[in-house]
Design a protein around this ligand. Structure first.
Ligand code: HEM
Length: 255
């Protein structure tokens, strides 16, 4: 991905029409498969300055794909009157320095932190061991297993990176599943028992948290299933995934 920044200097009296022109240009831009996202911002301190940020799938996709593609004509005709007002138009490569702030609580904090995940996995594995379908898979599990899985989940949901630092991270987790030939009914039972345990230990039951939680569990169990099949060749090294709220951020009642 590549980020294009276009800085405009627009006379105050033209600002309204400029923004309206970009609203029109945004329609073909949004339809272009080379465009990841875009945002037009106006400077507060010096309102004649605007910056348009467009993330493209690549510089080549922008310059060859978009510009030669079916959406460019409509895009360009909307913004053509302002081309002479461009002060800078460049592609920038993202660096490793990026992240999110703390304005939105992590799923880890929302759930109640390490203690909540430990309660969850304690209860979950008590039921797993009694279960006819998946109990036998865990018959020889390490007594620390519930705590290790709690560490994994805590890290995935935005908590401390203890599974990576103390337990070997993704690679260690992966090898535990290799060759286990998990069946779909076993995967589904694992999910069902975990969801039951979430209710029993009182993990937050709001729709937003549960949707994000269930989404990771669905994804993770399907990966565990796939990686456990005979002949599976998953990547041996990768970071522990970090799961966020997705499209439904936490709901804070206003009154
Ligand atoms: C989101 C889904 C899953 C997560 C996050 C997860 C997590 C983990 C982790 C972190 C370990 C290694 C613990 C350690 O550090 O020692 C592990 C091991 C294991 N997992 Fe999973 N797992 C998932 C799905 C499944 C499923 C669906 C099954 C089978 C139905 C399964 C069966 C096992 C088994 C049998 C082990 C080895 C246990 C032992 O003998 O110690 N896992 N899992």
């Amino acid at each position: 991905m590549i980020v294009e920044y276009i800085r405009y200097r627009i006379d105050q009296q033209d600002a309204e029409e400029f923004e309206a022109a970009y609203e029109r240009a945004a329609v073909p831009l949004a339809a272009a498969p080379q465009c990841v996202d875009y945002e037009l911002s106006r400077c507060v301190d010096e309102p004649e300055w605007y910056i348009l940020r467009i993330t493209w799938t690549s510089a080549e996709d922008h310059l060859q794909g978009f510009r030669a593609g079916e959406h460019f004509g409509a895009f360009f005709s909307a913004i053509k009157p302002y081309v002479r007002q461009i002060e800078e138009m460049r592609h920038y490569e993202r660096t490793a320095v990026r992240g999110t702030g703390s304005s939105v609580p992590s799923l880890y904090d929302w759930a109640g932190g390490t203690e909540a995940f430990e309660r969850l996995t304690e209860t979950f594995y008590e039921q797993v061991l009694k279960d006819d379908l998946i109990g036998p898979l865990f018959a020889h599990m390490d007594p620390g297993h519930p705590r290790y899985v709690a560490m994994w989940l805590a890290e995935v949901f935005g908590g401390p990176s203890r599974y990576t630092d103390e337990r070997g991270g993704y690679h260690h987790m992966l090898v535990q599943h290799l060759g286990k030939a998990i069946t779909e009914p076993q995967r589904r039972r694992w999910v069902n028992l975990l969801m039951d345990a979430a209710d029993v230990v009182g993990l937050p039951a709001d729709p937003e948290f549960r949707a994000a939680f269930a989404s990771y569990i669905e994804w993770g169990t399907r990966l565990a299933f796939a990686n456990s099949q005979p002949g599976a060749r998953p990547p041996r090294q990768a970071p522990v995934p970090r799961w966020g709220w997705g499209v439904a951020p936490p709901y804070f009642p206003t009154s």
